[in-house]
Design a protein around this ligand. Structure first.
Ligand code: HEC
Ligand code: HEC
Length: 361
């Protein structure tokens, strides 16, 4: 019996030795990470950077590679960037996103700009608190990348390049130590670099440019800044610099069946409090001209439809936010609001990240 065990033991040893990748030899790769110089734009509340995941040039670079690499999906067909495209401010232009095999998700892909500043919960319903944890979800989501983590970990460990990249970023001595948590950390580091704060609106705020008459009128309406124009109430929830308070509200999209039954429970699905049903995190409006269609389910194709929704006062519900009310906007006011929303497009950001997917596969 002993001998049999021994033989099996030796067999297993040889087997693991054979499957253990000899690529990369991480321990021979130097580990001397450079701190990544993160700077908060003026007016932003400082980004909360977790002490156990300091940003480094090598960590950001690894995260960027992983973000654009379909290696994280079941059939190597889909990367994070399939649903978060740099040219569309990291959305995908669809009402609901397509995952592996064209499977359709429930909600619209949100922009990832300034996502490092979202400290009140990620996703439309705020169900996850940190980017490190968030990154683990799409990979295993059957409607998104539909992969199993043990399989992905194995793929990365035996990859020709990743072991050295993980070594450079995190100092892990063996390819076998690559796991989902390092992947989550690297993806979080990359996503914290997606800072958008150089739109025409920002330049105007810094006194570097001026608004056209329509943009100025739209700004004044948006922020209820003068009695000479009608109010819009937008600025209560979409406040600068992030253009969101990060709070959860019902903005009147659906009439509930029964007081608190909505097609998508939103935040209520997380808290279990029926008063939160039908509320969603206020999305940013930065780069909004690029991120159609709009709302958590992509129901509105254009900004005109969005403004018409707000002007109508939306559907009544017991938890309808009191800032959602019928608005007294004429066609020119609506056009002015839209002109203002276009000043939130950040060409500097787009140019900076246009090439992020280069050099990956
Ligand atoms: C199949 C499309 C798809 C893929 C692939 C995908 N996402 Fe997403 N992503 C979404 C959708 C849809 C949501 C919103 C889901 C919700 O709120 O319930 C989302 C939400 C997010 C959020 C939250 C943003 C916010 O505003 O709170 C982050 C961060 C994110 N994704 C990062 C990633 C990363 C990193 C990857 C790759 C590991 C990835 N996504 C892959 C579609 C996708
Ligand atoms: C009570 C807070 C509140 C007010 C006031 C408000 N919004 Fe919103 N806004 C939200 C919420 C919450 C959502 C997301 C709702 C959803 O998808 O279920 C949203 C979504 C949007 C979207 C879609 C964003 C995207 O990424 O899909 C746009 C555009 C928008 N609002 C513009 C405006 C404008 C313009 C005004 C003023 C006319 C305004 N909002 C007033 C809370 C508000």
């Amino acid at each position: 019996m002993r001998a049999v065990h021994l033989i099996i033991g030796i067999g297993l040893l040889i087997l693991t030795a054979c499957t253990e990748p000899d690529t990369g030899h991480p321990a021979q790769t130097p580990f001397s990470p450079q701190p990544y110089e993160h700077q908060d734009p003026p007016g932003f509340v400082p980004m909360l950077l977790p002490a156990d995941n300091p940003m480094t040039v090598e960590g950001v670079e690894l995260g960027r590679r992983l973000f654009f690499d379909p290696v994280l999906s079941a059939d190597n067909s889909i990367s994070c960037a399939s649903c978060h495209l740099p040219a569309l401010a990291f959305t995908d232009g669809k009402a609901q996103s397509n995952g592996v095999l064209g499977r359709r998700g429930m909600r619209s892909s949100p922009s990832l700009v300034n996502v490092g500043y979202y400290y009140k919960g990620l996703f439309w319903d705020g169900r996850v608190m940190t980017l490190e944890e968030q990154s683990l979800h799409p990979v295993a989501d059957s409607l998104e990348m539909a992969a199993s983590w043990p399989e992905i970990e194995q793929r990365l460990r035996s990859h020709s390049e990743y072991p050295a990249l993980f070594r450079r970023a995190f100092g892990i001595p063996k390819a076998g130590e690559i796991n989902r948590y390092w992947v989550g950390k690297a993806l979080a580091q990359y996503q914290r670099t997606l800072v958008s704060a150089d739109s025409k609106f920002d330049k105007k705020t810094r006194g570097e440019t001026t608004f056209t008459e329509m943009e100025q009128r739209g700004w004044t309406i948006f922020f209820d800044a003068s009695p000479s124009v009608p109010n819009s109430e937008c600025g209560h929830c979409h406040i600068d610099p992030l253009f969101t308070t990060l709070e959860f509200h019902n903005n009147g999209l659906d009439a509930p069946r029964d007081p608190f039954i909505f097609p998508d429970p939103g935040r209520g699905g997380v808290t279990g409090n029926r008063f939160d049903n039908g509320t969603f995190r206020v999305p940013t409006l930065r780069n909004i001209a690029l991120t159609a269609p709009y709302m958590h389910d992509g129901r509105f194709a254009t900004l005109e439809e969005v403004i018409d929704h707000y002007a109508s006062g939306g559907h009544y519900a017991d938890n309808l936010n009191p800032n959602i009310m019928e608005l007294n906007l004429d066609a020119r006011d609506k056009a002015a609001l839209i002109a203002f929303l276009h000043t939130l497009t950040d060409d500097t950001f787009l140019a900076k990240h246009a090439g992020d997917g280069e050099g990956v596969r």
